[in-house]
Design a protein. Structure first.
Lengths: 245, 515
């Protein structure tokens, strides 16, 4: 997983603007290696969520190229692309009218996976996330905040994706639960060897989880490096200031 | 209370038939409203311009008084089931459209985004996330609509669409309070049952624990099953009935007309295998029944010669009752293809009445006799009567009255004023049951001032051709009910509180017309 690593997502000179106001993304380029854990951090409004949503076609852009799994985004069927990329959002985004099991199954059920495969996957994920049967059959509102996030992560993994996108998945949790889930996620990354890309506003989280960290400001990538490199060699004063806080 | 129970038991068949009509009407409306309402709610979800327009328009419709709305469609659709259905649908749309739109638009965008981000197609996002999350809101709009529709269907009898409102309306018009209550309670119960059933479904959606969910699923399915069974049974009842020979008999909303309607209906039922659909107590009387006769929605009804000549044909007065009848017979047949089959015998016209005791003492039989002695009497009538050329103004030219005093009275207080001796003579209709109740004498219009309002039976030419046995039957009623007989029948219904059904049956039996 060093300079020789295979590229899984290649973002080339992407620019995006809203109809009015300043650009949301300015000439962004990012080469993400297969199997890495990339965290994206920056002040609010810097464009980090937009950058994440480019990857599964949830937000569009004005110019540049994005290649995901060796295929230009323009050539991807968006539905197929999204089904093969895991997606977890703030507060889990669990469907309150479905049981935990139905939530985890969601991607499989919309893509007509067989009952056999569905049950096997759900059981495997439940074991991994230590969710017991009664929890699987209950509704999300009966679970604690931490448990809900676990279900959110399990749901993102259900289609066995090579890439998982996460938008501040642990944002609403207390510190102790958050640290615990961060550790679990880190282990999972080692075990599964898949690529994680996560937006966060927590510097500690970004540096703990990320094998590489993206630091963004006003629609631009200020620095993209290993955490220790950023700490020891920040590229400019802004980054120096930002990682101090 | 026992009065009401008695009424319900005695008239259970009548009330059951009305209940079936009420449910069929409400159910038809509910199904149409649900389909149109939900489709519209979905259609306007992403169209902010048409949304303003649609919601504004539906809101506007909702503010039109319902009685007016029923009346509004009579010239376009005519009377009966179709009209009632249209009005009920128009009223029911608002809660369904509004709640469908609100429910769908208020789903947390985060959840829609999550579903889309996981690769759900727009259709899957809608069916699996947006719709189920909006469903409780949509269901509560549906619940409001169902209760409202059932209640509003009570007004449908006003335009001849039947339903439990007919019992209420008939109760009002025949002064029968236990019938009014029986009808009202039935409507209320029906609405309550519907409300509770939907409430149970709503609750089962809210209870989210697994075990409770299974139980409620059983409840939900049993409610659905019962409703389905009900619909099937009623559809069958309707189907069986409509496949038979059938004619529609109508009446105006007065006790007298209900009795005549029953006499006509039972005479046919007792002597033929023709099924009778009763559309009694149609609001607006002739102005709504006559157009419906022309359209073929009604086959037979009792009418008065004076009304036919002056109101329908709008011809200048003919004083002699027999010449009037021949003129009407010809005009109806030529112009409308409607036939007057017979005259029943009585004349429900304007007249002057006074206590029998006074009349005997003063030897008063005719209006001319009264005019000669009028300076001894005080005359009471409503304001209206004094002002009309076909009322006192004209009357006074034919009979030179010289009353001691003339008093203007409220129409409902006339008989009371007579009882209190505030007045000695009043104007009245010649078959008003209070004439018999208070033992009044009706004076003979010896100079034929008042137009004749002789009751007769009008039938559509087509119906008469199709069922020739009807003419023979109806002719047997010719001259059978004179003023005194009609007074007696009205008295039994309005004062003794018997049902028109029972009174008609006794009358027909006593004349050997039915068994």
């Amino acid at each position: 997983m060093h300079s020789m690593a295979e590229t899984i997502i290649d973002i080339q000179n992407v620019t995006k603007s809203y109809q009015t106001g300043s650009p949301v993304l300015r000439d962004v380029s990012l080469d993400i290696a297969k199997g890495s854990f990339v965290t994206i951090i920056g002040p609010s409004g810097c464009g980090k969520t937009t950058l994440l949503r480019l990857i599964n076609g949830m937000s569009d852009f004005d110019s540049g190229h994005i290649i995901v799994m060796n295929k230009d985004l323009a050539n991807w069927d968006k539905i197929q692309l999204r089904r093969s990329i895991g997606y977890a959002i703030q507060q889990g985004g669990l469907f309150p009218h479905m049981t935990v099991r139905q939530n985890i199954e969601f991607v499989l059920s919309i893509s007509d996976a067989s009952v056999q495969i569905t049950n096997d996957r759900v059981n495997a994920l439940a074991t991994m996330m230590s969710l017991d049967d009664s929890q699987l059959e209950s509704f999300p509102s009966n679970l604690s905040g931490g448990q809900q996030q676990r279900v959110g992560v399990a749901r993102a993994l259900a289609s066995q994706p090579e890439i998982v996108l996460m938008d501040e998945p642990f944002g609403a949790l207390d510190n102790i639960t958050r640290r615990k889930l961060q550790n679990e996620l880190k282990e999972m990354h080692h075990k599964l060897g898949i690529t994680f890309i996560m937006v966060t506003h927590d510097l500690h989280e970004a540096f703990t989880l990320g094998t590489q960290v993206v630091i963004m400001n006003e629609g631009k990538i200020e620095q993209f490096d290993k955490p220790e490199t950023i700490k020891t060699k920040p590229v400019n004063d802004w980054v120096t200031e930002f990682i101090k806080t | 209370m026992s009065e009401i129970a008695k009424t319900i038991i005695e008239r259970r068949e009548y009330l059951f038939e009305l209940l079936v009509q009420h449910i069929m009407l409400s159910l038809g409306a509910i199904i149409i409203i649900t389909i149109i309402g939900i489709a519209t709610g979905i259609a306007i979800l992403h169209q902010s311009k048409s949304r303003q327009l649609v919601l504004g328009f539906v809101n506007f419709l909702y503010t039109i008084p319902s009685i007016a709305m029923f009346g509004l469609f009579i010239p376009i659709i005519g009377i009966g089931y179709g009209n009632a259905l249209v009005v009920l649908v128009i009223y029911g749309l608002l809660p369904v459209i509004r709640n469908t739109y609100t429910g769908l638009s208020e789903v947390d965008p985060l959840l829609l985004d999550a579903a889309k981000g996981m690769g759900a197609t727009p259709r899957q996002v809608f069916l699996r996330v947006r719709w189920p999350l909006a469903f409780p809101t949509i269901l509560s709009g549906f619940r409001t609509m169902v209760v409202m529709t059932i209640a509003l269907a009570g007004l449908a009898s006003f335009i001849g669409a039947g339903g439990l409102g007919q019992a209420i309306y008939r109760g009002i018009n025949t002064n029968n309070s236990s019938l009014i209550l029986a009808g009202s309670i039935s409507v209320a119960l029906l609405a309550l049952i519907a409300d509770l059933s939907i409430g149970a479904i709503e609750k089962s959606l809210k209870v989210k624990a697994e075990i409770a969910r299974k139980k409620n699923r059983i409840l939900k399915y049993s409610v659905i099953f019962i409703l389905t069974a009900l619909v099937v049974v009623m559809a069958l009842v309707r189907f069986v009935k409509s496949s038979a020979k059938e004619i529609v008999v109508a009446s105006k909303p007065t006790a007298e007309q209900y009795i005549l309607g029953e006499i006509i209906s039972q005479l046919v039922e007792g002597n033929t295998d023709i099924h009778i659909v009763r559309k009694f107590g149609i609001g607006g009387g002739t102005s709504n029944i006559h157009p419906a006769m022309l359209k073929g929605e009604i086959d037979v009804y009792p009418e008065y010669t004076g009304t036919a000549w002056l109101f329908v044909l709008k011809e200048p007065r003919i004083n002699h009752p027999d010449s009037l009848y021949s003129a009407i017979k010809k005009a109806y047949s030529d112009k409308f293809r409607l036939n007057w089959i017979c005259r029943l015998g009585f004349n429900n016209t304007f007249t002057l009445a006074l206590p029998e005791s006074t009349a005997q003492k003063e030897h008063l039989i005719t209006l001319s006799a009264l005019a000669a002695k009028s300076n001894e009497f005080t005359f009471g009538a409503e304001f209206d009567f004094f002002e009309r050329e076909d009322g006192f103004l004209g009357l006074n030219k034919v009979y030179p009255f010289n009353f001691k005093n003339k008093v203007e009275l409220d129409i409902n207080l006339k008989f009371q004023a007579l009882e209190n001796h505030t007045v000695d003579v009043i104007n009245a209709f010649s078959t008003d049951s209070r004439i018999r109740q208070m033992n009044l004498r009706v004076l003979k219009d010896d100079k034929l001032f008042f137009p004749a309002y002789q009751a007769g039976i009008v039938i559509r030419n087509e119906t008469q051709q199709k069922y020739p046995e009807l003419s023979i039957l109806f002719e047997r009623l010719e001259g059978l009910i004179d003023d005194a007989a009609m007074l007696q029948l009205n008295y039994e219904v309005e004062i003794e509180k018997k049902s028109p059904n029972e009174v008609a049956q006794t009358f027909l039996k006593s004349h050997g017309l039915i068994e």
